[in-house]
Write a protein that binds this ligand. Structure first.
Ligand SMILES: *Cc1c(COP(=O)(O)O)cnc(C)c1O
Length: 229
């Protein structure tokens, strides 16, 4: 089932790339495996899928231990400062940095280990109360401040768009995030590449691709509904 689902998603990604005049290799599909068993992840490995997303540090660490080391684990959920030490050497990219304090904790851990930790800045595009992320207005100044830290490198921006019935409703948010990304990139800040735009989930990844996403995070569309009970 998982393999078939992935093939369906893949088809839609290709179609969206084509509509947008983009190459397929400009978009990385992250299979969001949170709450799902190791066995489901293993079903996707023979086909070449290596980018997986988890939103909890503990779950990421457990799966990291049990699965092949060439998997790229993306930490996409809110990160607490006291968990940073477990995440920095296992996640290939931390998508959810939304404060200077968190970035400082990550950088301190990076310095200790003599590594540079790649991060994205999470932006709350719609100003939803329930969501983490910095406001679009405050994003550039946060980037400027985080860029001064010695052991993090800002690769781009991430957002979790509102949960909507019609993906079109999120198009403006994606367009705006792309624009924000380009604006910041054009400032040529040291330590800031702004080459990654992580946006689009099961409900809206096609629209996100059309608006410039370079990473999409798809869970339900590949692994089915999650059961939190
Ligand atoms: C769970 C999650 C996803 C995947 O959501 P689906 O709607 O199941 O595709 C993507 N991004 C983040 C940050 C998530 O927490």
């Amino acid at each position: 089932m998982v393999v078939e689902n992935l093939a369906e998603v893949e088809k839609k990604i290709c179609a969206a790339c084509e509509r947008a005049g983009r190459r397929r290799d400009e978009v990385t599909l992250i299979a969001v495996s949170k709450t799902k068993p190791i066995s489901m992840i293993e079903e996707l490995l023979p086909g070449g899928t290596r980018d997986f997303g988890e939103n909890k540090v503990q779950e990421l660490c457990e799966k990291y231990e049990q699965l092949p080391k060439d998997i790229r684990w993306h930490l996409i959920g809110h990160l607490q400062r006291n968990k940073v030490k477990y995440a920095v050497d296992k996640a290939c990219l931390i998508h959810s940095v939304d404060s200077l304090r968190l970035a400082q904790a990550i950088s301190e851990e990076g310095v200790k280990r003599q590594i540079t930790v790649p991060i994205l800045i999470e932006v709350n595009v719609a100003g939803e109360e329930s969501k983490f992320g910095v406001s679009p207005e405050e994003t550039e100044s946060l980037v400027q401040n985080i860029a001064k830290l010695p052991a993090v490198s800002i690769q781009g921006l991430m957002t979790i768009a509102p949960f909507v019935a019609e993906p079109e409703e999120n198009r403006t948010y994606f367009t705006n995030l792309k624009k924000l990304c380009v604006d910041i990139k054009n400032k040529n800040i040291d330590n800031v590449s702004m080459s990654v735009l992580s946006m689009g989930m099961t409900g809206d990844y096609e629209v996100a691709i059309e608006e410039g996403a370079t990473m999409i995070r798809v869970g339900t569309g590949i692994f089915g509904e999650r059961n939190y009970s």
